[in-house]
Design a protein around this ligand. Sequence first.
Ligand code: FMN
Length: 233
Amino acid sequence: MKQWKRLFTVLMTVVLIGSLTACGNTEKAEEPKEPAATTQSETETALPDSSQETETAGSNALVVYFSRTGEQYTVGVIDHGNTAIVAEMIAEETGADLFEVLPEDDHYPMTYAELTDVAKQEQNENARPAYAGELPDLAGYDTIFIGAPVWWGDWPMIMYTFFEENADLLAGKNLVPFSTHEGSGLSGFDRKLEGACPGATIGKGLAIRGNDCQNAQEKVREAVSGWLAELGF
Ligand SMILES: Cc1cc2nc3c(=O)[nH]c(=O)nc-3n(C[C@H](O)[C@H](O)[C@H](O)COP(=O)(O)O)c2cc1C
């Protein structure tokens, strides 16, 4: 009789342990646990390496600019345009690529007086002069610095050709305007760029005196560096 009792107790113990284990499994399967709350820093460190690579690759920048050589206001005849000098400084400091907007048929005359007449006429006609050269694939850039001399208080008309021809690709980009001038400052380049490039984000612009580009380059470099630092470059 004692033996039967012992066997019965052993059997009951086995059945009890089995059913408890089964309950544990059922609970896990039926009630999925919420993901553990993570702090922001945990989330950042948890990011896979590939996302960090994407961020670096995506921060590629391009500098697009228009600039003239020849006779220029307050500086005489120059062989390196004022805006070109600023564009090259930006490219040096950021590692950005450069694209110069060059008139297809270089119809701009060399004397300052003639150039102002032609520029005024283009503005009055709302002309869209063609530009030459092979533009790099804009899809590969997040930030595009865009610079030109102020001409009659506005972007030279050829820049509107650039904005309109590339409107689709410029939408969604971070566009950062810069000007060289002899008194007009940025002359609404930022506002006008926003109007010409719907869908783009417009960054804080920079205005540099044309004369300083030829005669005070350290001052210009400091202004460019400070501005780039403010923009996070
Ligand atoms: C056609 C023309 C129009 C200009 N209009 C203005 C103007 O409205 N306001 C201003 O401050 N400077 C004006 N300037 C001066 C230029 O903006 C300045 O010299 C600029 O630095 C030239 O740059 P670049 O050498 O890159 O062409 C004008 C110059 C030209 C040739």
